[in-house]
Design a protein around this ligand. Structure first.
Ligand code: ADP
Length: 300
């Protein structure tokens, strides 16, 4: 029996892709797609040629996070063309193929696998430095498929995104074990939503009244700061949000002998950048999260 022609076709396609990085998370909503999008923006800003492949078939959020909603995929004699944000940042997602973004994609495993195979076989990325693959949460059909389909060319590694709570970390351990089992190196774990950081001047200040209501005293506080200590208005205030008694992701990484890449705070400006589909790095106000992400990306 000869080699599987699909795997041969995938290996041929991937011959022009230097590095393949998988972005994983144990749970949904921890910021995996946000990290995938911002990592891709950052790599493109560093003048690398970047492809971002969204295989979160049931919940593709990449088109929105790169401000590409409503775009269509085009076909050329070389294959499917990614949708380009910039000349060195191409994106492929099932989100581009759905006539109605509100429509639920209810597919069984084989159909999902078929589409992933097609993405890998038919998308023409050209010569690129990085292919960032945004996977769905957990370890299901899509993960097994992508690892199996890329086995001939290999995956450089996986980055696992988590939040600090133990409930999220339990699932990260599964994710790390999955990588170990299938032979994908874990490049590291990112602890996202790690504390809340925002400019002090963007906070609302509330005071509980005698009747138990919350009274907004923001204007008074800001006026007072402006008069007495204007330098305070430039401060970024940070606080812990989730219970950290367990020691969080860093401790888990030590236990599992995988690198801890760093913490990214909950940052309303990062959320805004993601909602508007732009890079957070050019954003002056996006201080806390952008610098944390930069440090993490430089470590890779
Ligand atoms: P996942 O891909 O893990 O399901 P998303 O990347 O879609 O999660 O993130 C879920 C929501 O949280 C999005 O609205 C996103 O903008 C927001 N978000 C993610 N990380 C942060 C952060 N560090 N600060 C603020 N908002 C964030």
């Amino acid at each position: 029996k000869g080699p599987d022609p699909d795997l041969v076709a995938i290996a041929e396609r991937m011959a022009t892709v230097k590095h393949k990085i998988l972005i994983l998370s144990g749970k949904g909503g921890v910021g995996k797609s946000t990290f995938s999008a911002q990592l891709s923006f950052a790599l493109a800003a560093m003048d690398f040629q970047v492809g971002l492949l969204d295989i979160d078939i049931c919940g593709p959020s990449i088109p929105k996070m790169l401000n590409l909603e409503g775009q269509d995929i085009h076909q050329s004699n070389l294959g499917w063309s990614p949708v380009y944000v910039e000349s060195n940042l191409g994106v492929m997602s099932i989100g581009f193929m759905l006539p109605d973004p509100n429509e639920a994609v209810i597919w069984r495993g084989p159909r999902k696998n078929g589409l992933i195979k097609q993405f890998l076989k038919d998308v023409y990325w050209g010569e690129i430095d990085f292919l960032v693959v945004d996977a769905p949460p957990g370890t299901s059909d899509e993960h097994i498929s992508i690892v199996q389909f890329l086995q001939a060319t290999g995956i450089d590694g996986a980055i696992v995104v988590t939040t600090p709570q133990e409930v999220s970390l339990i699932d990260v351990r599964k994710e790390v074990n999955f990588c170990k089992k299938v032979g994908v190196p874990v490049l590291g774990v990112v602890e996202n939503m790690s504390g809340l950081c925002q400019a002090l001047s963007d906070f609302r200040f509330m005071r509980a009244t005698e009747t138990g209501e919350q009274q907004d005293v923001t204007e008074k506080v800001i006026e007072c700061m402006r008069e007495k200590a204007p330098e305070m208005l430039d401060l970024i205030a940070c606080c812990e949000v989730f219970d950290r008694s367990s020691g969080g992701a860093a401790k888990m990484c030590m236990e599992m002998a995988v690198p801890f890449l760093g913490k990214v705070p909950l940052d309303p400006q990062l959320c805004k950048a993601a909602e508007e589909g732009r890079s957070c790095f050019a954003d002056q106000k996006c201080g806390g999260s952008a610098s944390a992400l930069k440090i993490i990306i430089e470590k890779l």
